[in-house]
Design a protein around this ligand. Structure first.
Ligand SMILES: Cc1ncc(COP(=O)(O)O)c(C=O)c1O
Length: 509
């Protein structure tokens, strides 16, 4: 499209999320618009979000084509691109949904056929809401009653005190992460602030850094050592970046997205010492803390390790993030999450809360789900048996699916896939024949994007190319979720194997 042509007829976007994709629209003249591609915030133009990028847009188009009866070599699109468990058939946890039903329709508390602990919980939550209704705004950092339960959850998890006033509820972890990143938007001594993020990374980080004009300082995870985090690599990345920016923060995702590793306690300890040495604000993205599968792997929160190692390292500033979108809950659409703030300058924390208050409050239904996660039914309570059965079934099934995916990929020619120790994704590395790399270049695509597009067009399987997360130059990966239900996953992996054989044969001679 020629944006300089003042009478262009069409506007559309190929890089936007499918949910926000602009419809093709008729535009009279560029001059009639206050905001144009020439004067829009340039940071927004730079922003990319691969998890919902061009491949996903194409997948949505294919779905529409199938609905209209188009003949394709497959009958449905399998969306293995996004960590949205319910969209892939996971059923909700009954306790969470029952409490939500009761708080939204309070007459059910008296008339409904719900367990007594559900009713009691709903009464308590409503009692903490203005006018006894989830339709009212809450305080901007969330309902105090629920913040207290989150603090208790953290104390149980870590064995160390947590202060409820340092807990801030949010509409999913994403908003909390973005709120904290905003604190760093400041040029000091003529240099922008830099934030260290893992490569590969979850693209919320690269997208938000681009949006806020913060410098992305990538450090590579060590694929040959189970995507571990090597302190020498952190030192290298920091030293390189320090020429161009003031490196002020470090992001760690544990368990990892897209890489599926669970950091060892020793590794976490060294990261804390590194952050302390360089006076970095630490973002601990711990949204997958319930998703740990591999034998010998265990989740350790940064807060717990910080407290264990003690002085002088325990004064680093830490924000840790949690959500109801992941774990065994998978309640992505309810938009509930929290952050715990540790060791922040009280003035800074007050300004952060002020900034959050401009957004009024997180969704009350998201907060209700947070309460159910932070304070699940206890043994002996009426909802306990069902809750533990459902939770265990989800996590056991994810565990099996994680193994099934890794085993299959590792049997495929040219594939190498690390164990999925945790989270919800596999990120295999694969070789591509030189002819395929050439064909990709001829189409102006990165080789992994070329492969993923061919996979989508020929099989209906939608994955995200590794370039959307970052990878070492010359290596190719993609991310698939482990979320398709077992039967569909088996079907997907069979189709995948056949596709890969055909693709390799096509480009090998
Ligand atoms: C590592 C990581 N952090 C944060 C989020 C954001 O989750 P939400 O905003 O749904 O809570 C996700 C979602 O996939 C994620 O994978």
């Amino acid at each position: 499209m020629d944006f300089n042509n003042s009478s262009y007829k069409e506007c559309s976007s190929k890089n936007l999320d499918d949910d926000v994709k602009l419809p093709s629209c008729t535009v009279r003249t560029m001059a009639s618009k206050a905001i144009t591609i020439d004067n829009i915030n340039p940071n927004i133009l730079k922003l990319e979000y691969a998890v919902r990028g061009p491949l996903v847009i194409r997948a949505a188009e294919i779905e529409k084509e199938l609905e209209k009866g188009a003949q394709k070599p497959f009958k449905r699109v399998i969306k293995a691109n996004i960590g949205d468990a319910h969209a892939m058939g996971q059923t909700p946890i009954t306790f969470i949904r029952q409490v939500i039903s009761c708080v939204t329709s309070p007459e059910l508390i008296e008339k409904g056929d719900y367990p007594e602990d559900v009713k009691q919980r709903a009464r308590e939550i409503l009692g903490a809401c203005g006018g006894n209704s989830v339709g009212s705004y809450t305080s901007s950092h969330g309902i105090e009653y629920i913040r207290r339960h989150v603090a208790e959850y953290i104390e149980r998890r870590d064995g160390y005190p947590a202060n409820w006033e340092d807990i801030c509820l949010s509409s999913g972890a994403s908003t909390a992460i973005k709120n904290c990143l905003q604190l760093l938007c400041n040029n000091i001594g003529g240099k922008p602030s830099g934030v260290m993020i893992p490569i590969p990374q979850y693209p919320l980080y690269s997208a938000s850094l681009a949006e806020y004009g913060l410098e992305q300082v990538g450090y590579y995870l060590d694929e040959d050592h189970q995507w571990g985090l090597d302190i020498e690599e952190l030192e290298r990345a920091l030293a390189d970046a320090s020429k161009n920016c003031n490196v002020r923060a470090l992001v760690v995702i544990n368990p990892g997205n897209p890489t599926g590793q669970v950091l060892t306690r020793d590794n976490i300890e060294s990261i804390i010492k590194f952050a302390h040495k360089h006076k970095l604000f630490l973002f601990a993205d711990e949204v997958y803390q319930d998703n740990v599968y591999a034998e010998g792997s265990k989740f350790f929160s940064f807060k717990k390790v910080l407290r264990e190692i003690g002085s002088p390292f325990d004064d680093i500033e830490l924000a840790s993030f949690m959500t109801v979108s992941k774990g065994y809950m998978g309640e992505c659409g309810l938009r509930g999450g929290w952050m715990e703030l540790v060791n922040l300058d009280p003035h800074v924390q007050a300004h952060l809360y002020k900034c959050i208050s401009a957004m009024l409050c997180p969704s009350t239904l998201g907060q209700t789900a947070v309460d159910c996660v932070a304070r699940p039914p206890l043994p002996g309570e009426p909802s306990y048996e069902l809750w533990i059965r459902e939770k265990t079934a989800v996590l056991d099934s994810l565990n099996k699916r994680a193994k099934m995916i890794v085993d299959t990929f590792n049997q495929m020619e040219g594939f190498k896939c690390n164990i999925v120790q945790g989270a919800m994704y596999a990120f295999p590395r694969f070789e591509l024949p030189p002819k395929a790399i050439k064909a990709a270049a001829a189409e102006g695509k990165t080789p992994d994007t070329f492969y993923a597009f061919r996979l989508l067009e020929e099989t209906g399987i939608c994955v995200v190319p590794g370039s959307g997360f970052g990878q070492r130059p010359g290596t190719y990966h993609f991310r698939t979720t482990i979320l398709p239900q077992p039967e569909l996953l088996k079907e997907m992996l069979d189709i995948f194997q056949a596709f890969h054989k055909k693709f390799t044969a096509e480009f090998s001679n």
